[in-house]
Design a protein around this ligand. Structure first.
Ligand code: BG6
Length: 496
């Protein structure tokens, strides 16, 4: 995030930021580092307060925990005593159990004593099964009413595990909160490079004529990770890669790639266009699960010279688990712009490299004029690198130097951020947007339900699976990926 003086429109009003789950992992890894950074950048009003709802700890113990977390995840900030002092003065703890009404009345009383700061943001950094209970408690304690200032609730994915549970969750939250008060975080939408995609698409006139079925052969949207399931098997065993990454992050990115230009850059206009894309996605038939989607699981292997265990040998994973740690789906969008263009979304854990990209592969030239001994011209491709090394690459062909018409591949690179320039962390951008009341980068209830409806036949077909193909951790040898990309110019784009 830039440390320049913020624009007047970026300055937020004093707000009570209440974190449920304030001693948990998300708070430590993402929220506190983002908040302290926002203060340094002038993006969080100094009269704001950060209130942690914490069970079974004293305030002193909680502060020590926050400090230890910052040392681990924001060392440069925590090492500065003045900064920590400034930050810790904004922290306050409210003790209590999420299941106890007294916690919410205690919170209401604490907010009352904080006086003039009337706005409140409730961040649910807690397991999703607690969202409904928390909303009920806030409502009963009179904390949802917006008369004296805004009240917004932020939730993290998973937003349900299927269409039925997602709709139930939406209904539960909407009993107490208006949809405009609910912010569903998808941290992919907070990545600068994802926002750059929108700016790139809608500020460069040369792109629009090419951005359709007439020039594009297919599109691949990917997120390859080197990490394994880590400590999250209890969730991941039921989720798998299709729910964890494709139904959420990657389908959201797909909507941004495919949507029509909105009439204005407002949350309603952008989200309406995204929803239209989801509505146009061709529905899967049960038999499509075998040919339009594939899943696989990592076996033991080596990553960066280190041996890593198989998924089934990870803590809390069943030894006969058939959960997919790699998933790929071929979508079609049935509208004028995209008819017949495959969108292949894929993701995997324990891959060779951590890379996330949007690859636009253009059609082949109709006829090769330069029939030479060297390799033929490669089809053009435009790659948006979401991470690492955010930027845009354009693959073209050029003549080899010398007395020849042989061609060589040429890559034009445009790094997104210049060396040494800060790129905002997704959580800083998103928290700041919640404070400003800008929901453009958050998923709306109807989008979430529509995307669950799209993947439902695949989930149904996979639910009783008892065996699954394997790939070695640290490799790209995923079975059936080439089959899924059959007919696509250039086949599977393995990042490098
Ligand atoms: C999370 C998933 O939403 O995104 C994780 O639950 C995944 O399984 C993570 O590791 C990936 O995020 P990023 O930003 O590292 O690509």
């Amino acid at each position: 995030m830039s440390t320049e003086t913020p624009n007047p429109g970026d300055i937020t009003e004093p707000t009570n930021i209440v974190i449920f789950g304030a001693s948990g992992d998300l708070t430590k890894r993402k929220l506190m580092p983002a908040l302290i950074q926002m203060i340094d950048c002038g993006l969080l009003h100094p009269d704001s307060r950060i209130i942690g709802v914490v069970n079974n700890r004293s305030e002193q113990e909680w502060l020590e925990l926050v400090y230890a977390g910052l040392k681990e995840f924001s060392p440069e900030v925590a090492m500065d005593a003045a900064r920590w002092q400034r930050f810790s003065a904004m922290l306050k703890m409210v003790p209590g159990d999420l299941d106890d009404d007294a916690t919410y009345t205690g919170l209401a009383a604490a907010l009352e004593t904080l006086g003039g700061r009337k706005h409140a943001l409730f961040y649910c950094a807690i397991p999703p099964e607690w969202y409904g209970r928390t909303a009920t408690g806030l409502h009963a304690a009179g904390l949802v009413d917006q008369t004296g200032g805004f009240r917004r609730i932020v939730i993290e994915k998973p937003f349900g595990m299927d269409l039925a549970s997602a709709s139930a969750l939406n209904r539960e939250l909407q009993r107490f909160f208006d949809e405009s008060q609910i912010y569903r975080i998808d941290h992919y939408l907070g990545k600068e490079s994802v926002q750059n995609l929108l700016v790139f698409r809608f500020t460069n006139s040369i792109l629009e004529p090419l951005w359709n079925r007439n020039y594009i052969d297919h599109i691949q949207i990917s997120a390859a990770e080197t990490l394994g399931v880590e400590y999250r098997a209890k969730y991941y065993e039921d989720s798998g890669a299709l729910r964890d990454m494709i139904q959420s992050h990657l389908m959201q990115v797909m909507t941004l790639v495919a949507m029509e230009p909105p009439v204005e850059f407002t949350d309603a206009a952008v989200r309406d266009e995204k929803l239209k894309v989801l509505r146009a996605v061709r529905r899967f038939q049960p038999e499509d699960a075998a040919c339009q989607a594939m899943g696989a699981q990592y076996a033991a292997g080596t990553i960066d010279g280190e041996k890593v265990p198989a998924y089934v040998a990870e803590p809390d994973v069943s030894p006969d688990s058939a959960t997919e740690t790699f998933a790929a789906v071929r979508f079609y969008i049935d509208n004028w712009r995209w008819q017949g263009v495959p969108f292949i979304l894929w993701t995997g854990k324990r891959m060779q490299q951590r890379v996330s990209e949007i690859v636009i592969r253009f059609r082949k030239i109709p006829f090769n004029l330069f029939d030479t001994h060297a390799s033929p011209p490669v089809p053009n491709a435009m790659v948006f690198r979401l991470h690492p090394d955010e930027g845009i690459f354009l693959r073209m062909n050029a003549k080899m130097p010398g007395l020849t018409t042989d061609t060589q591949r040429m890559v034009m690179r445009a790094p997104y951020a210049k060396d040494g320039m800060d790129v905002a962390e997704a959580y800083e951008t998103l928290l700041h947007d919640v404070l400003l009341g800008d929901a453009t980068l958050f998923s709306r209830a109807d989008e979430v339900e529509e995307s669950w409806e799209i993947v439902a036949p695949l989930l149904e077909a996979w639910k009783d699976r008892f065996s699954i193909g394997r790939y070695h951790a640290g490799s790209w040898d995923v079975p059936d990926m080439d089959k899924l990309l059959q007919g696509c110019v250039g086949g599977w784009h393995k990042p490098h």
